[in-house]
Design a protein around this ligand. Structure first.
Ligand code: V47
Length: 390
């Protein structure tokens, strides 16, 4: 769709966004000052319109999803982050640590159609290096064809410490045991000020970025995130996005950016604050699509956004809904009121109702099934051979 640039600029000049429509339509990179202006402007619908223009240019009118399951293998954690409702110490109510056999059982009982397991947890140094290799092997032996997306940079850092070996050697061994890629969590917001306030034990921004760089250079894809709506300033959000974009310029290792709206319930330090409104969530989706011009996808993680907001996000820059998900605990412990799991047809309905076409992908965005033929039963019976790649 051609957007009327002159009219957009007239409006942008009234809402603090002057010049941004022109730069977006000409495919020019937005500056940090532009990013700050977008966070400060209340013209979310203009941001959404521009972000959708970019998203459609990149991917067309589709929305990607996958069929996945989660394994949060332990909630033991020694990081004591003030924003986290998931962490426990051994002996606390609800504390657990799965054995490799339990990981095996969990995957044996998981949705047989799942193509991905998203496996993340707390940090607990008493778990030995071998434990991590064993849970990967357990996952792969239960489901040899499943893609194992596991371990945030925070967990990888701990695993490297336990292994007492250089990163590439550890990655060789994790890959050998079954690791296929890494998710994007654990970055929180890179601000040192917020880290000191809320998560002083957690690795700093430099270490997170250094590990992500090493992992990309080794050859694994990862995702990236920003958790927003805690105590960070808008400038600190901009700085975070800018550092992700700079790393991506160097490595091209991020597949997807996921803006994570803070969920305050049951958190140790922030249970009194309000969660970001749906408008703020949509603004974050649109801004990330416009600013992170080098990251292929922006994910509307429905668990965190809520179903209605996730649907709207697909028209404001998001190209992916994450997956069907089951067994997710990090957000549900923090008060997410979304369902625990969606079926494939629930996802199709969400996507179609929002005016998009579902495309089932694997973790690395290889198309598994493309439903653009418009089959009224969502094409769930469409044979593989009819799949068209995007
Ligand atoms: O690492 C923890 C954050 C992350 C809260 O890579 C919180 O495909 C908000 O990273 N409120 C886990 N955020 C989720 C995550 C993720 C989700 C979906 C897809 C992918 C992917 C990654 O959520 C944690 C932490 O950064 N988090 N507690 C909270 N109360």
């Amino acid at each position: 769709m051609d957007l009327p640039l002159e009219a957009l600029e007239q409006r942008a000049s009234r809402t603090g966004l002057a010049g941004i429509p022109t730069r977006v339509m000409h495919g020019e990179r937005l500056s940090e000052a532009d990013c700050l202006a977008m966070y400060r402007s209340d013209d979310v619908s203009l941001l959404g319109l521009l972000a959708n223009h970019v998203k459609v240019k990149m991917h067309g009118d589709v929305a990607f999803y996958n069929v996945n399951t989660h394994v949060n293998y332990t909630n033991f954690c020694n990081q004591f982050c003030g924003f986290c409702a998931f962490q426990r110490r051994p002996g606390d109510d609800g504390a657990y640590c799965m054995t490799p056999d339990q990981v095996y059982e969990e995957l044996k009982n998981a949705n047989p159609e799942a193509t991905e397991v998203h496996m993340v947890a707390g940090v607990w140094p008493a778990l030995k290096y071998d434990y991590f290799l064993e849970i990967l092997r357990a996952a792969k032996s239960a489901r040899p064809d499943i893609h194992v997306k596991a371990f945030t940079m925070v967990e990888i850092d701990e695993i490297v410490n336990l292994a007492k070996k250089p990163l590439p050697e550890v990655l060789d061994e994790l890959r050998e045991a079954g690791l296929d890629s890494m998710p994007g969590g654990g970055a929180e917001v890179f601000s040192e000020r917020v880290r000191q306030q809320l998560y002083p034990r957690k690795m700093n921004a430099e270490r997170w970025l250094e590990l992500a760089r090493g992992i990309h250079e080794y050859g694994f894809k990862t995702n990236c995130t920003l958790m927003y709506g805690m105590t960070e300033t808008l400038e600190e959000r901009v700085d975070h996005l800018s550092r992700l974009r700079a790393l991506q310029d160097d490595t091209n290792g991020f597949q997807t950016f996921i803006p994570l709206a803070f969920h305050p319930d049951n958190t140790p330090m922030l249970s009194h604050i309000q969660k970001p409104s749906p408008t703020e969530r949509l603004r974050s989706i649109a801004i990330s699509r416009l600013f992170l011009d080098n990251v292929p996808h922006v994910k509307a993680y429905w668990i965190m956004l809520g179903l209605a907001t996730a649907q709207a996000a697909l028209s404001m820059g998001a190209s992916d809904l994450d997956g069907t998900v089951s067994q997710e605990k990090v957000y549900h412990n923090a008060g997410a009121d979304t369902p625990e799991v969606l079926s494939r047809s629930d996802i199709h309905r969400l996507i179609r109702e929002s005016g998009h076409v579902p495309v089932e992908r694997d973790t690395l965005y290889k198309v598994i099934r493309d439903f653009r033929s418009g089959d009224p039963d969502c094409g769930l019976t469409a044979p593989q051979s009819e799949a068209v790649s995007v």
